[in-house]
Design a protein around this ligand. Structure first.
Ligand code: SF4
Length: 244
């Protein structure tokens, strides 16, 4: 790496620490089960999923500081029940654990949306009882993980999954997004089988990627040509599937 690229990387990291949030969605009833909530979108991500609809969050810098977000939350005390920490990938922000403690201290329940690549951060949040709900993306089985996510970090993802399966203090859900150019029915079934083997007792939410011409994707993927064969999957899956 050149000194120039090195300096640019350091500057990006500094900017992310100083202003981690891309944006705030002030109100949602859909993203935190059973609770009214807001969503804090953390800029930056440690994956590069081709079907990602948020390239501006993944590749861009944040514009809001932690204090900006806390000031917003103070104005919403007693009006909202929860805060969703999403992104991008919220666990890539080095101050996340401290921030989650500040959010909890304001009286909000905290939900984490995560791709699972930072089991160390999830473990700290669980240990300190700073999260109340987790939505974990299971992107692909081991053999397809790099193709879907641009990373070779399935082992780290699996550590997060095992961590969550091995505790019962915090409810969690697992979700998979399917674009037919990246995953097929056999691979979705492999995910369901792996979840059953690891002791996951919930339902796998399967979301079929949608091509929206007005929203750019992270990678130039072809349009979705084929929907999943839901009957085939449902007849073979050892766990419940919620296919949307
Ligand atoms: S879809 Fe993939 S690249 Fe986009 S924010 Fe989620 S984990 Fe990151």
């Amino acid at each position: 790496m050149t000194a120039l690229a090195d300096r640019a990387g350091t500057e990006r990291r500094r900017a992310r620490v100083a202003a981690p949030f891309h944006a705030i969605t002030p109100f949602t009833l859909l993203d935190f089960p059973g609770r009214s909530a807001c969503i804090l979108w953390v800029a930056g991500c440690n994956m590069r999923c081709g079907y990602c609809h948020n390239p501006e969050i993944v590749l861009g810098k944040g514009t809001l500081t932690g204090e900006d977000a806390l000031a917003f939350l103070r104005r919403r005390q007693r009006l909202l029940e929860g805060v969703v920490l999403s992104g991008g990938e919220a666990t890539t922000w080095p101050e996340l654990v401290t921030f989650a403690a500040q959010v909890k201290a304001l009286g909000f329940a905290v939900k984490l949306d995560t791709n699972g690549l930072r089991p160390d951060v999830v473990a700290r949040l669980l240990d300190h009882r700073q999260i109340d709900y987790v939505a974990l993306d299971y992107k692909a089985p081991s053999a397809s993980f790099e193709k879907v996510t641009g990373t070779r970090a399935f082992v780290r993802f699996a550590r997060t999954l095992d961590l969550l399966c091995g505790q019962d203090q915090v409810p969690f859900e697992v979700r998979t997004t399917v674009h037919d150019a990246l995953l097929n029915e056999d691979e979705v079934l492999a995910i369901a089988n792996d979840l059953a083997r690891r002791g996951y007792r919930g339902t796998l939410a399967v979301q079929q990627a949608v091509a929206d011409p007005d929203r750019p994707l992270l990678a130039p993927l072809p349009p979705v040509r084929r929907k999943l064969d839901t009957a085939w999957l449902a007849s073979r899956s050892p766990i419940g599937l919620d296919i949307r």
